[in-house]
Write a protein that binds this ligand. Sequence first.
Ligand SMILES: Cc1cc2nc3c(=O)[nH]c(=O)nc-3n(C[C@H](O)[C@H](O)[C@H](O)COP(=O)(O)OP(=O)(O)OC[C@H]3O[C@@H](n4cnc5c(N)ncnc54)[C@H](O)[C@@H]3O)c2cc1C
Ligand SMILES: NC(=O)c1ccc[n+]([C@@H]2O[C@H](COP(=O)([O-])OP(=O)(O)OC[C@H]3O[C@@H](n4cnc5c(N)ncnc54)[C@H](O)[C@@H]3O)[C@@H](O)[C@H]2O)c1
Length: 447
Amino acid sequence: MDFSVLYIGSGQASWNGAVPLAKTGVKIGVIEESQYGGVCSNKGCNAKIILDKPLELINRVKDMQGRGLDGVPSVNWEDLMAHKHELIVPQDSHGKARLDNAGITTITGHAEFVDAHTVSVNGKNYTADKIVIATGLRPHQLDVPGKELFANSTDFLSLPHMPKHVTVLGGGFVAIEFATIANAVGAQVDVIIRSNRILRQFPAKYVAEVQADLKARGVRFVPNMNVQSATEGEDGQIELTGDNGFELTTDYVLDATGRIPNHDQLNLEAAGVKANNHGIEVNEYLQTSTPNIYAAGDAVDKKTPKLTPTAAFESRYLTSVFKGENDQPIKYPPISEIVFTSPRIAQVGVHLDEALAQPDKYEVTEASYDGDWFRQVENEQGAALSLIFEKDGGTLVGAAEKSNNADNTINTIVPYLAMKMTKEQLNDLVYVFPSIEYTLQRRLPLV
Ligand SMILES: Cc1cc2nc3c(=O)[nH]c(=O)nc-3n(C[C@H](O)[C@H](O)[C@H](O)COP(=O)(O)OP(=O)(O)OC[C@H]3O[C@@H](n4cnc5c(N)ncnc54)[C@H](O)[C@@H]3O)c2cc1C
Ligand SMILES: NC(=O)c1ccc[n+]([C@@H]2O[C@H](COP(=O)([O-])OP(=O)(O)OC[C@H]3O[C@@H](n4cnc5c(N)ncnc54)[C@H](O)[C@@H]3O)[C@@H](O)[C@H]2O)c1
């Protein structure tokens, strides 16, 4: 065999486990058809957070007007895009160097299965004892006449100039994060959603508040609407039609209607690997229907959120299995999630809406920050934290926050949940004062 372990895809689900495994002397190959490091590094999280940064800063500056700060800066999209390129373009070569430096053989090209132990790339066959499918997702394209006029998330992340009128299709993570960015940069933004709810996985109450805030800033939402066609007008604008005679003329359409698995291009049948529209089917050891073939990250059909930290966790889990250090099924810790709106919404553990629907099982307390002096230093209004306790035993099992600092608060709570800490133990922790964490501790109903 050419390799002990051969990874298809070089994203978070691959390198996080492949690099430490290679360092133990195991012979490893990684195949990548596009950019090394995968979506998050090159056309996902990293690029997005660079474009979001000025918005976050501007919102904080707005809150401080008349409280020590005068004047609100505006976003220079072209400069911001140049800054993004400067940081993101090298990620591909850094991603490859990370593998090369660990002694991993990198193979550039499109991989397809020949059989359960053989993968073909550019007409050459490579054999391996074990193969890990870590091929991720690609943007879904709405199937309507004129769909070629639509841009996707990758296009938006390299948009040279912000159009005057941006129309976003979808109400998920990408749709709402990018609508928030386009609005802050000065575009008129319309968001067309096929249902009447955006960001379904986040607490309805906080989502409604964020949506109301976006509306107040000029974002228009078109609920319960299916786009039916797009045509290009003479002036280069895009004319959309939809249900019940709906028409909209716009400069730019971002199709943010979700992401679909790449496994349809892997010739899985040759290896006997089962998959469906949601991803590769795996057992609780991330093993596919063919025992020597595993899958990790976004490529997997799973209930766990398809995020970078979960992909990295699964990759590290597989390494512990391959090293013979772990014979247990994968056991996910509480997974935290955040949507980068302004303010952010973040959550971990039991979801707030699920807890509110089961009052016999959960006790929910909401701690408003409006009366908290430290949170008022930045004059943020309407920030709130919900804590979910199991009635039986009183353990903290979930939390959700809507605020500029939601990421920090939820990250602070992650170990509380993972270590199943009691109220008394939480009370005994000592944090820097003043700080977000100290404030959080005072908001917890501890004793
Ligand atoms: C716009 C956007 C913003 C995001 N923001 C966040 C965020 O803020 N936080 C967060 O946690 N997550 C975010 N995500 C999700 C995150 O990017 C993914 O969860 C993560 O990249 C999954 O890693 P992965 O390794 O499973 O797959 P990927 O990163 O998709 O890597 C798969 C790799 O496999 C390669 N590949 C596919 N098929 C083949 C083949 N046949 N042969 C060779 N190579 C192949 C692909 O080219 C790709 O490089 C975002 C995603 C997008 C699109
Ligand atoms: N902050 C983050 O962590 C972050 C940010 C961006 C993306 N991501 C990840 O990337 C992935 C993809 O995000 P996304 O926003 O592309 O997908 P999504 O699944 O979050 O949202 C897709 C949206 O498109 C709509 N939609 C789907 N099919 C449609 C159709 N035929 N017509 C009209 N609307 C349709 C859905 O109702 C939904 O509102 C997710 O797994 C997410 O976890 C995470």
